[in-house]
Write a protein that binds this ligand. Structure first.
Ligand SMILES: [Zn+2]
Ligand SMILES: [Zn+2]
Length: 143
């Protein structure tokens, strides 16, 4: 087994078992040795002192991936106040909704900064977009 340092400052290791050679995150490997089991895909290894190069087993702990992400990107996972772009009402967009929104943005093709307080407002917005598209279509036919 040997280890090497990646460009991102994280250590990886190459080890061999009955199936051949494998590459894996070194802290992950160490934690699996310590626990005597493989880590689940939803588990991360966190460096307690924040230094990814300090792979002393005492500096490592297991965290659920979601909790770990939260720790490193708190702004990405916190609720925020936004304004509805249809009725102008302020409302709270939860972290979960933000995540859902990011996943759906491309499909729905809505601008980055458009927020809807309700299904109703989102529907109204959709209708106005359709109408605008219809109007320009009609104009094109007319000329
Ligand atoms: Zn961490
Ligand atoms: Zn609204």
């Amino acid at each position: 087994m040997y280890t090497y340092l990646c460009k991102d400052g994280r250590c990886r290791c190459v080890y061999k078992d009955e199936n051949g050679y494998h590459t894996k995150s070194y802290p992950r490997y160490l934690m699996e040795q310590k626990l005597g089991r493989l880590l689940e895909p939803y588990e991360d290894v966190h460096h307690i002192d924040g230094d990814p190069s300090n792979n002393n087993p005492d500096n490592l702990c297991v965290e659920l991936h979601v909790e770990h992400e939260k720790k490193h990107n708190p702004q990405k996972y916190s609720d925020k106040v936004v304004r509805c772009c249809v009725c102008n009402k302020e409302f709270i967009l939860s972290a979960l909704q933000q995540k859902y929104r990011t996943q759906n943005r491309y499909r729905r093709n809505t601008p980055n900064d458009s927020y809807f307080c309700s299904k109703r407002c989102s529907g109204l917005y959709g209708k106005s977009v359709q109408q605008n598209a219809g109007v320009s279509e009609w104009h094109r036919k007319g000329t």
